[in-house]
Design a protein around this ligand. Structure first.
Ligand SMILES: NC(=O)c1ccc[n+]([C@@H]2O[C@H](COP(=O)([O-])OP(=O)(O)OC[C@H]3O[C@@H](n4cnc5c(N)ncnc54)[C@H](O)[C@@H]3O)[C@@H](O)[C@H]2O)c1
Ligand SMILES: [Zn+2]
Length: 363
């Protein structure tokens, strides 16, 4: 099965399901063999788990470059080392890059592809649930010590090959992380779909086929929004639902100490509280989602050691903040996002409410 993504300058498919990697080689045999060289970029952990599967199912010759796991690969150093490797190995404009891994590898490798010789073709092979989001839409970036994802490019892949085989080895924390973005896709697009989540008693109650169906729906939501607004001038801002406060928590707790998705789940609660105030979202909906998130095992205690003062500084530094004004993606109704200017005072009230719920839960 595949889902098409259309942007101004490119159209590409996201293939998803079982055996996607194997069929890729057959389907694209001519295109792939026309490249003078291929490089597969992956991280240590993914390679240790899936080397055999990749070697069995991707039979064309390629050179391998292994980067550190997680955010450690999204550094200038790592970026520089990959470029050096490509130059030393005589990669050219006619070469192509394959990014095998989660969002971190995809972001790094995508940015390498965007800039090596002014851009070479690349293929995303996502291996996390979270990457159903990050591998689609063409945002690529590395981190600067002054801020996450600050150096990057919009650069679309040739194809996205989402082979569900990889998801089998995901630890629970990474399942939760990715699921948060799936829930975000539900909440900004479809109230009935969101009801399916609200009915969940816990994480174990999620059936694997159901999860795969949700991932597919999530990709459709993302693909649709990217089609409307590739460069984040308007609609694409809706995808930041939960991210203004969530990114601040992620930065304040420390990258790597909390997953991106867990921070986003935390951030969706203040965004829902604000949607009750500025939109028509029913009073109490934010508490319902908070309770759901707790049943699924998201840990809200992360917010307690974060000072609001620090969170507010991070929110003001956000790429989406303009002239000191906070632009929050909110919901008019569940499934109907809009962007609203919000005062820091209002965020502070939501933050206090959230902390109170967390403390009450601890008693
Ligand atoms: N470009 C975008 O649009 C976009 C959107 C959202 C997030 N992101 C970025 O994505 C990153 C987060 O993505 P992520 O959570 O996938 O991160 P990740 O790539 O760091 O993966 C998380 C961890 O899971 C491991 N892992 C990966 N696949 C696995 C598998 N199949 N089995 C077991 N372990 C596996 C990795 O080695 C890593 O330790 C962040 O850097 C974030 O900024 C980008
Ligand atoms: Zn995100």
């Amino acid at each position: 099965m595949s889902i098409q993504v259309k942007t101004k300058d490119s159209v590409y498919e996201v293939y998803l399901g079982e055996n996607v990697l194997e069929s890729f080689c057959e389907r694209q045999a001519d295109v792939l063999s026309a490249y003078d060289q291929l490089v597969l970029i992956t991280d240590e952990h993914v390679w240790s788990l899936h080397e055999e599967y990749v070697r069995t199912n991707f039979k064309l010759p390629y050179k391998l470059y292994i980067v550190p796991n997680g955010e450690d690969c999204k550094t200038f150093e790592s970026y520089y080392q990959v470029q050096t490797f490509l130059l030393e190995e005589n990669f050219s404009r006619n070469s192509a890059l394959l990014a095998l891994g989660g969002g971190a590898v995809g972001d790094l490798a995508g940015f390498v592809a965007a800039t090596f010789m002014r851009g070479i073709p690349f293929y995303q092979i996502p291996t996390t649930i979270l990457a159903h989001d990050s591998a689609v839409g063409g945002k690529t970036a590395i981190n600067h010590p002054n801020g996450k994802n600050m150096i990057g490019a919009f650069y679309q892949p040739m194809e996205v090959l989402y082979d569900f085989h990889f998801l089998k080895t995901l630890p629970e924390a990474e399942v939760r992380s990715g699921l948060a973005e799936v829930i975000k896709h539900a909440i900004i697009s479809d109230a009935n779909w969101m009801d399916e989540f609200l009915a969940l008693p816990n994480l174990d109650a999620i059936d694997n086929n159901e999860l795969l169906r949700w991932i597919e729906k999530g990709i459709r939501v993302k693909a649709h929004i990217v089609e409307l607004d590739e460069k984040e001038q308007s609609y694409r801002k809706f995808l930041n639902f939960g991210h203004t406060y969530g990114h601040a928590v992620e930065a304040s707790v420390g990258y790597g100490k909390i997953t991106h998705g867990e921070a986003v789940m935390i951030g969706m609660i203040p965004a829902l509280m604000l949607s009750e105030l500025h939109g028509n979202v029913a009073a109490g909906y934010s508490k319902d989602v908070y309770d759901l998130a707790n049943r699924l095992g998201y840990n809200f205690k992360h917010v307690l050691p974060c000072k609001f003062e620090d969170l507010s500084k991070f929110m003001l530094k956000d790429k989406k903040t303009m002239n000191g004004e906070l632009h929050f993606a909110l919901l008019q109704e569940i499934g109907e996002p809009f962007v609203q200017t919000i005062l820091m005072e209002e965020v502070k009230k939501c933050d206090e409410q959230l902390r109170q719920w967390v403390r009450e839960g601890n008693e």
